[in-house]
Design a protein around this ligand. Sequence first.
Ligand code: NAG
Ligand code: NAG
Ligand code: NAG
Ligand code: NAG
Ligand code: NAG
Ligand code: NAG
Ligand code: NAG
Ligand code: NAG
Ligand code: NAG
Ligand code: FE2
Length: 523
Amino acid sequence: MQARSLLSLLLLASCLLSHVAALPVLNAVSRTSDYQRPRFASPDIPLHDVRLQSAGGDVEQVHLMAWTPDSVTVVFARDLAGTGSGSIPLSETVHYGESMSDLNMHANASGKTYTTINIFNSYLWEPPMGAPTLDKADVAAVMNTAWWSKPWMYSYYNFSVDDVHDKTIYPPYDNPLAYYASPLIYTATMTGLKPKTQYYYRIGSFMGNFTTLPVAGDNSKPLRIGLWADVGQTNVSALNMEYMNEHVNPDVVMLAGDLSYADTYAPRWDTWGRLMQPLMSTHLNLICNGNHEVASGPEQNMAYSSRYPAPHRESGSPTFEYFSYETGLAHIVALGSYTVYNQSSLQYRWLENDLRSFNRSKTPWLILFWHTPTYTSNFGQGGATLLREWTEDLLYKYGVDIVLYGHIHEYERTAPVYKNQTNPCGPVYLTLGDAGNREGPTLPWLDPQPSWSLFREASFGVGSLELHNSTTASFSWHRVACEDTNATHCKTPGDNSAQAYEPSDSATFVRDTAACPNRAMPS
Ligand SMILES: *[C@@H]1O[C@H](CO)[C@@H](O)[C@H](O)[C@H]1NC(C)=O
Ligand SMILES: *[C@@H]1O[C@H](CO)[C@@H](O)[C@H](O)[C@H]1NC(C)=O
Ligand SMILES: *[C@@H]1O[C@H](CO)[C@@H](O)[C@H](O)[C@H]1NC(C)=O
Ligand SMILES: *[C@@H]1O[C@H](CO)[C@@H](O)[C@H](O)[C@H]1NC(C)=O
Ligand SMILES: *[C@@H]1O[C@H](CO)[C@@H](O)[C@H](O)[C@H]1NC(C)=O
Ligand SMILES: *[C@@H]1O[C@H](CO)[C@@H](O)[C@H](O)[C@H]1NC(C)=O
Ligand SMILES: *[C@@H]1O[C@H](CO)[C@@H](O)[C@H](O)[C@H]1NC(C)=O
Ligand SMILES: *[C@@H]1O[C@H](CO)[C@@H](O)[C@H](O)[C@H]1NC(C)=O
Ligand SMILES: *[C@@H]1O[C@H](CO)[C@@H](O)[C@H](O)[C@H]1NC(C)=O
Ligand SMILES: [Fe+2]
């Protein structure tokens, strides 16, 4: 799809408005930002980049998952292939404690690996911009089995560079060169943690620290939540990660799906894990899955569920695909956009139970996240129509305050909305599918902009949500990179990207239980 010239019209309409709007939600003015990132996708960081290298058997890809009020799960990897002989360490010890010099607690980590078959897509050798991940010759070398297979065998492919066309190439299952064996991936749960306390931890030679979250109901200080989705592994992804880590520096990070964009070229799960470590080994994360975890070829949650476990049993859920978590004044619910969600599904049943049974006085802010937008003013994005239809009444009944999702590669904030109409008692929807992946912006916008769409911009950034007390939260979205052919050094007139760090959009959300009794549900 080509960008339409309607953008320039919208630009005219919006250029006179001030660029930061603290919005009383009901009389807000709809705005389409006058900045749009270039049409091009950004390239994945090349495999030889120093940020993506294997630690050669040492602990790497360290990520922290928010787990329960008094525990945190750490996931890490050791890439032991080619590091020698001897027994394989199936367990590791995670040492942790409140003092760096006395890590007096420990957790046992158990490791395992998984296997997938790499599938080759043309983005690997012909990215729209920048360096390719693989050369056509690399693909031909895997696919050409003629040197060891026999013409009558299923595995026989006399493949040459010329056969590497612009389409997906599926190695047959009996081509051993196409197998991907993951590094050992370990998980351990650090238990017995006090709230709001800094902990140090050591795994092998890796040293880290993090701060635990407040318990549910604790409102002694504002809780800051980082929001992002559709991350990928380009230079822009790295800028967003850095911005989240250093400038948002939230208490907890919510990621609404589409993590690595490995898309069945499995080594890209490891490179993503390495690239994200600075943020994810220092901040607690809550993650739900997106289509790139599930529906990209045979991904089918295999890498995702092996690497990003969720505290689902702790919230009565039978699967990592949906769960809930509480901290401070927030009750947070993750849903699976690609898990059956109709009204007779287990997911729906679980959601209804979860919403019916949490203590709204303790955690008044009800925040949901999933991957696919049910409200977006992006043209042609009807994929979540049934998700909206089947769940909207339930969400409204329980007065959901805020919904975060991604998938559409742009930023958009809605007014509170219900049944396609601005309604002060409906949820506010935030689309944040703009954290840097290689696929480019999703355009065009619907024209005219629906009245419930308050701000939209097709560029890159991350969000920050701060819950001040049971009635007031402030939210801002920052454009982080303008991204041109040169993601680390870009600047366009009026841009407030990496060089400026100004919020591009901000809003105050107010919970008014008198005007909206549903926001007191369950009572
Ligand atoms: C970890 O494993 C060791 C040895 O197998 C055992 O003694 C210890 O109790 C375990 N610790 C935990 C926290 O499970
Ligand atoms: C592979 O194909 C080329 C022509 O495309 C042919 O010349 C060659 O003999 C084939 N090699 C084998 C081992 O089948
Ligand atoms: C905690 O970890 C961060 C990130 O690695 C590091 O910059 C900081 O120095 C550490 N803090 C202490 C007190 O060691
Ligand atoms: C819900 O979805 C499942 C799986 O697609 C289907 O078998 C079932 O009939 C659906 N139920 C309703 C009420 O739509
Ligand atoms: C719900 O939370 C409030 C505030 O923390 C508390 O006073 C009340 O006892 C809780 N209700 C239940 C049923 O636990
Ligand atoms: C929602 O409202 C818009 C106008 O704001 C309209 O174009 C669209 O058809 C409506 N969709 C549904 C599902 O009602
Ligand atoms: C909640 O926080 C906001 C923003 O800090 C403040 O203006 C408001 O007075 C607070 N409300 C209550 C009830 O404390
Ligand atoms: C990405 O960032 C690296 C390191 O800063 C730089 O060397 C490289 O040129 C950048 N690539 C692109 C396409 O901007
Ligand atoms: C990329 O940024 C560098 C450093 O500012 C600059 O020298 C170079 O010309 C830029 N390249 C492009 C294509 O904009
Ligand atoms: Fe997506």
